[in-house]
Design a protein around this ligand. Structure first.
Ligand code: SF4
Ligand code: SF4
Length: 443
């Protein structure tokens, strides 16, 4: 069942859901949710080990919210808070630098105790490696978010370019010592890091937990990456499976915040073959609901972030977590089987985060990869040995030319590599563009 059908079952359409929210008075939205599962607020919560925060298992990833539609952002935030969501994740680098401000504007309309804010030290760019520049970024987060303390603060996206880079960004400049002192002073309530890429960096930080006392760590985890992150055949350099990351955190007593539960949306639009394996068991459940239930079944998960920019997604995700029904062992086995099947597909592990954009040569990087993945997911491009391969490839070419503007196509990529260091998934972007170009050739 797709999201539209799901809403229909709730008696809502996307527009009626939005209209419903527009009509609901703000005072009603801001009412006390009591933070406990009840008929009024059946959201599932997890308790943060050190401070006892009761964190909603569904967290709101603000990254993909529009920059130019504050009323929509307000509406989404109001609905989320009214339905028990209390964890909101942003970063200085999201939304062209505007996301923290948009988030602060929406959240500051609610009592401060109604929400936890997570933001980050996004000093990936060398201009922020000197202590004073990084500190300025940190202080600006308070201003943008309109708060005098930050609930969850992360070293943003550690793992790219190894331990040396980690030291340049956080250790040698004294920044991590400063952030720990800020935690001591109460301006940061919990300190953690988000990880992508080189597992040596993850190990380095977790192995020093006695020194840093991490309150949480954000990792990418979904039923495909659980055992297939490091085996991906698409040139993806992620050298640890989510199973390794999660288990290591669990053993260290550090709670996990989960990103990419749908793996950039890929697990919400399965191939017909895989989707029918799920609908055979639960005809009314969407693939996204399965993926969220799988993640939420792990007890050391503090919250699962979902980047929601449409009311219908938010309504569905709230329903999935209110309360969350953990997967049974038979359901886990089914998802594992689907993951095994997907791992054999030549997907490009792009989460469409757009960190790599803009490309100086105009290539729409996430657009190209998302189009390609949709085709592969739907079995529309068979193995080159198949009898109808060329017919299907030509259809691919026609559809591609309609979907992607000429100036944004893969063949505009000149292999300059400017995008490479920006991709948290470590995708060899120009190589993958080459794969698409190859398919477009030989018409
Ligand atoms: S390598 Fe290709 S896609 Fe990446 S920035 Fe350069 S031209 Fe753009
Ligand atoms: S290529 Fe990498 S940085 Fe670009 S959208 Fe995909 S995952 Fe994000």
């Amino acid at each position: 069942m797709n999201r539209r059908n799901f809403l229909r079952r709730l008696g809502l359409t996307a527009s009626s859901a939005a209209a419903m929210m527009a009509l609901e008075p703000f005072s009603a939205l801001a009412q006390d949710n009591n933070d406990k599962p009840s008929s009024a607020n059946p959201m599932t919560y997890r308790t943060q080990n050190r401070t006892g925060d009761r964190v909603s298992l569904l967290g709101f990833g603000m990254m993909r919210l529009p920059r130019d539609n504050q009323p929509l952002v307000n509406q989404l935030v109001d609905y989320a808070i009214a339905h028990g969501v209390n964890y909101f994740d942003t970063a200085p680098m999201y939304g062209g630098g505007l996301n923290e401000g948009i988030t602060g504007t929406a959240l500051s309309r609610h009592p401060r105790e109604k929400y936890y804010i997570a933001t980050k030290m996004s000093n990936q760019n060398s201009q922020y490696w000197p202590f004073e520049q990084a500190k300025e970024m940190y202080l600006n987060s308070f201003k943008q978010l309109r708060v005098d303390y930050i609930d969850y603060y992360l070293l943003h996206s550690v793992g790219g370019d190894g331990v040396d880079m980690l030291k340049k960004r956080f250790i040698d400049n004294g920044l991590l010592d400063f952030l720990m002192a800020e935690r001591e002073a109460g301006r940061i309530r919990h300190l953690g890091f988000s990880y992508h890429g080189d597992v040596a960096v993850f190990d380095w930080l977790v192995d020093r937990n006695e020194t840093y006392h991490w309150d949480f760590v954000q990792i990418q985890m979904n039923y495909l990456d659980w055992r297939h992150a490091s085996l991906n055949k698409s040139g993806w350099k992620q050298d640890a499976d989510a199973e390794y990351l999660y288990t290591k955190l669990d053993k260290a007593g550090i709670q996990a915040v989960i990103m990419e539960p749908l793996r950039g949306g890929g697990l919400s639009k399965l191939s017909d073959k895989h989707a029918s394996m799920l609908t055979d068991i639960k005809p009314d459940a969407t693939p996204a609901q399965w993926a969220f239930r799988w993640v939420g079944s792990y007890p050391n998960v503090l919250t699962t972030l979902s980047g929601m920019n449409q009311m219908e997604h938010l309504i569905e995700n709230v329903a999935t977590h209110s309360p969350l029904q953990p997967c049974t062992s038979a359901e886990n086995a089914l998802l594992e089987k689907i993951a095994d099947g997907m791992a054999g597909m030549p997907l490009i592990p792009c989460t469409t985060c757009a960190y790599c954009m803009p490309c100086p040569y105009g290539v729409d990087i996430p657009g190209n990869f998302s189009f390609y993945n949709d085709v592969i997911n739907n079995d529309a491009l068979p193995d080159p040995t198949a009898a109808d391969y060329n017919d299907r490839r030509l259809r691919f070419v026609d559809n591609y030319n309609q979907a992607i503007a000429a100036e944004a196509r893969a063949n505009q990529c000149i292999d300059c590599e400017a995008c490479l260091p920006k991709c948290p998934q470590q995708i060899r972007i120009p190589n993958q563009m080459g794969r698409i170009v190859q398919l477009l050739r030989n018409r």
